[in-house]
Design a protein around this ligand. Structure first.
Ligand SMILES: N[C@@H](Cc1ccc(O)cc1)C(=O)O
Length: 430
């Protein structure tokens, strides 16, 4: 990788939108290495759509960008308590285990990037003062608009949802980056940051956005339909079942969750692996944990990005070098939905194998997983907890009355949290 233009092209390839690209070009032209971050709020369990930002991170690293991954723990509960306070630390740990493993499986050594927890700096005096300054600058209308696509929209919105975009904007300053990267669903948050950071005297950052990952059922990968998304730890049987029920009609390339998924997730991973092989050892990418070519048959010609394996009596296997070729075949009914689904299922199973293996070999991760995502059907415990809730008498009343300067008791806080959780129940996932 030599010229600034080549680096810029690698940084911005496959993105849906770039705001402020010229500032990145200028940094590269000076021979400097841009700094960026990608933030994720540890709420529900990450699904395999996360491969999209993670493969993009591989591009950034290859172009010499300094990458920070923000585990936005504070944001995870600011967003309608999607991660309730008592679970957020466990979920943060779970995300860290998972992201580290997936990055390694893609051949990205985590030593080449930095992980930061939001709460490690968002609770400081300096950050909070900036937050209050923002609160005295931003209108309620703008804060609401900025969070509209990211913060869960409910009938009785909490104040925390209004703070969310402001904190995300401040993160750019406190993580000291040149650009922030995220899905296009972050667009309103990003333009909000561009407008408001300069009003605090901070630099306006560039924003890079990837397209949203399509769900297997068609449309966006949906939180409410568990069949539309695949968990990193799903077993081969579950992966096959989810693919079987995916919407994939013969000849229809317009509404086709499976094909769209191949284009957005699987082919970029194949390309990444191909580039690694051809670039040799001079790149930051190392060999991954597992199978090097999860979607390509052993006997496929060079340059193949996806193989559909088929019995000779059904015409034999086809090896595609581009997504376009595959799409044309599907449209012309040369590629049958059943064959496509089978090859995609097999590819995903191979891709997830090293992640599942790492999970099975790591007792600490397994312990954290249970704490982070307790079984929602284990109602017994919940009931017990409810009975224990203590309702303190109002200040000045009751035997234990004392001045209120102490702040609310733990029990009062627990009660308030339980009430909040009732009104804003946690969604299945983000
Ligand atoms: N808004 C991001 C999470 C995030 C939080 C804080 C940030 O600074 C950046 C990103 C999401 O929807 O997942």
């Amino acid at each position: 990788m030599t010229t600034a233009e080549e680096k810029y092209d690698l940084i911005t390839r496959r993105l849906q939108e770039v705001l402020g690209g010229d500032s990145i070009k200028a940094i590269l032209a000076e021979g400097r290495q841009p700094k960026c971050y990608w933030g994720t709020a540890p709420t529900g369990r990450p699904h395999i759509g996360y491969f999209v930002p993670l493969t993009k991170i591989a591009d950034f690293l290859r172009a010499g960008v300094h990458v920070t991954v923000l585990l936005a723990d504070v944001h995870a509960f600011l967003d309608n308590l999607k991660a309730p306070l008592e679970l957020v630390a466990h979920r943060t740990k779970y995300y860290e285990f998972l992201l580290t493993t997936v990055l390694t499986s893609l051949g990205i050594p985590t030593s080449s990037l930095r992980f930061v927890e939001g709460s490690s700096y968002q609770l400081t005096r300096e950050y909070n003062l900036d937050n209050y300054k923002l609160c005295a600058t931003v209108s309620e209308h703008d804060a609401k608009k900025a969070g509209a696509e990211v913060v869960k929209q409910v009938d009785s919105p909490l104040l925390s949802g209004l703070l969310y975009p402001g904190l995300q904007a401040l993160d750019e300053q406190y993580l000291d980056v040149d650009f922030q990267f995220g899905g296009v669903d972050q667009r309103k948050n990003f333009t909000f940051a561009e407008l408001y950071l300069p009003r605090l005297g901070y630099a306006k950052r560039a924003h890079l956005m990837n397209a949203m990952v399509p769900g297997l059922a068609g449309g966006k990968m949906s939180a409410s339909d568990p069949n539309s998304k695949i968990d990193f730890l799903d077993s081969p049987e579950v992966v096959r079942k989810k693919l079987k029920s995916a919407f994939c009609e013969e000849g229809n390339v317009q509404e086709n969750g499976v094909l769209a998924f191949v284009e957005a997730v699987l082919i970029p991973i194949s390309q990444l692996r191909l580039e690694r092989t051809s670039a040799g050892s001079s790149t930051v990418l190392e060999s991954g944990l597992g199978d090097q070519r999860p979607f390509i048959s052993d006997d496929a010609p060079e340059g193949t990005v996806f193989s559909v394996e088929r019995d000779e009596k059904f015409g034999g296997s086809t090896h595609y070098k581009t997504f376009e070729e595959m799409k044309v075949d599907f449209e012309n009914k040369q590629l049958h939905p059943k064959d496509l689904k089978t090859s995609v299922a097999n590819g995903i199973i191979r891709l997830l194998e090293p992640v599942r293996k790492a999970f099975e070999e790591n007792e600490e991760w397994q312990r954290i997983e249970k704490l982070a995502y307790p079984d929602p059907n284990a109602k017994v415990d919940k009931k017990k907890k409810k009975e224990k809730v203590y309702h303190p008498p109002p200040p000045g009343k009751g035997k234990t009355a004392k001045p209120v300067v102490d702040g609310p008791s733990d029990a009062a806080v627990a009660h308030a949290e339980a009430e909040a959780a009732k009104q804003h129940p946690e969604p299945n996932s983000s």
